[in-house]
Design a binder for this molecule. Structure first.
Ligand code: ZN
Length: 205
């Protein structure tokens, strides 16, 4: 791409760093912003910068939160002894949308993926196991997507929980055909949380 302006080129370069944004799309977005009032670009930049510098992670479940303890963990209307293990906030949002789940979450921040250099220590697995050992949890529900990485992560956590007095279950398979949890429709997802199965029996299948 030949740019008549270095400033334009730089903006396009930055924009195209985002996932799913090719250079053509980046150029379209940048030209769009250029046509809008300056206040819009200022507001966008400020929102992104504020997010990056001020975002917090709940000290209990590690979900993105504006407060030290997120709204879900702080709520008195949740079953605190049931914890659903998910990859990130998108899964929390998807499950919350079903209105079928009243427990808490534990956000791992990713899945074990040796190909991308993500090992167990980069995820929040240790704090989950600690909570289980402290007797804070009666049931752990695995709700990672049914991919190789999801299965590997579930199994790793399951092994870490050996000898710990905690029930483990998993949401019914086939809800998302190897795709991410966020795309499962609400009714199916809600039903699979309600009809979850013991984790061990999912291993035999
Ligand atoms: Zn929380």
């Amino acid at each position: 791409m030949d740019f008549s302006s270095k400033l334009l080129e730089e903006a396009v370069n930055e924009m195209s760093q985002l996932p799913g944004i090719g250079r053509r799309t980046a150029l379209r977005l940048v030209l769009h912003l250029l046509k809008q009032p300056e206040s819009q670009t200022v507001a966008l930049s400020k929102a992104l910068l504020d997010l990056k510098t001020e975002v917090k992670f709940c000290r209990k479940c590690h979900n993105i939160s504006d407060t030290d303890l997120c709204e879900i963990c702080a709520s008195h209307n949740r079953q605190k002894e049931v914890v659903c293990v998910v990859e990130d906030i998108r899964d929390v949002m998807a499950i919350e949308n079903t209105s079928q789940y009243r427990g808490l979450y534990h956000v791992l921040g990713g899945k074990i993926n040796p190909m991308e250099g993500v090992g167990p220590s980069q995820l929040t697995i240790r704090s989950l196991v600690e909570k289980a050992k402290n007797g804070e949890i009666e049931e752990i529900i695995f709700a990672l997507s049914s991919t190789l990485e999801g299965d590997t992560t579930n199994f790793y956590i399951f092994k870490q929980l050996e000898g710990v007095n905690v029930k483990t279950s998993t949401i019914a398979r086939g809800i998302s055909v190897g795709d991410e949890l966020e795309y499962a429709d609400e009714v199916t997802l809600g039903r699979s949380i309600t009809n979850r199965i013991p984790f061990e029996s999912s291993l035999r299948n």
